[in-house]
Design a protein around this ligand. Sequence first.
Ligand SMILES: C[S@@+](CC[C@H](N)C(=O)[O-])C[C@H]1O[C@@H](n2cnc3c(N)ncnc32)[C@H](O)[C@@H]1O
Length: 301
Amino acid sequence: MAQTRGEKRLFGRSREKLASVFIKDEKIRPNVMLKYYLDLSGTDYLHWGYWEEGAELSLENFQAAQDRYAEELFKLIPPGVEWILDVGCGVGGNAKKLKEKGYKVAGLAPDPYQEQLFKERTGGEIPFLLTTFQDYKPERPYDLVLMSESVQYIPLDMTFVKAKEVLPTGGYLLTSDYYRLESSKGVKEHHLPSIYLQDFLEEAESQGFEILKQEDISAAVLPTLHYGQMLFSRYIKPTFSAQLLALKVHLPLGYKILKSFLRLRIKGEAIETIIRNNLVPLHPEVFSKYMKYLIILFRKK
Ligand SMILES: C[S@@+](CC[C@H](N)C(=O)[O-])C[C@H]1O[C@@H](n2cnc3c(N)ncnc32)[C@H](O)[C@@H]1O
């Protein structure tokens, strides 16, 4: 039966709609671990939490701690700042809060999946720049560059070089992240970050940045790791074990194939070990012994 013009328009549109959903899914590959983490946390933040002393390790307190982290960080934004570049913006929690506080903000990250989530979660109202910071070509000057737990992802020899390109003289760089200490040299531990605090501070100085404020928030963020350990041992590990068991019982051949796959080695390490190392959270003792979590406000001289 021939379609009327109205029907054609309607069907045409729904086909377009369907196609756009299909194409979007085809192009943007979800990051499974990120999705899992976001479902577990129920927030728009990818950073640690800033806990109240003695707070119980609960989901509600973790969420409140993540929000407090952003509040504490933003207290260091100097007066007069208008435009902020949120480098390594994640899925938009910080950018949304900054906008609510009246700042003009743009997010930057290299991951198309995060771009999709960022746009959804900020209602498409905040610009998103899809690039690494090292490849970023500044499209406008900013008063402040924010790096909230993204320092460790960017090659150190590019961090201040790029920040210099983005900022005018007197502009600010606000960083919040964890660093390894000299005492960790030679220690073989999967979760240690790549950047040494000493190197970070030396690079800042050599690139012409002075420190205006520095806060050691290691003690306030530490409960995040205790919460992670609790979550892992009580929920995440048993869930994975149950899934493996279900596979073994209901699909023995699939289980055997999976086991053989997990025994394969990449650069000398079994895939099973690589996965386990990525899932098991950083131990609080390793953090306290070898790392520091600092908020630092720099100014470009
Ligand atoms: C731990 S998340 C922090 C997200 C967010 N700033 C927050 O506080 O919730 C690290 C972020 O850095 C981004 N990132 C990774 N490599 C990067 C790079 N080379 N340049 C810029 N951002 C990068 C990641 O995609 C992610 O958005």
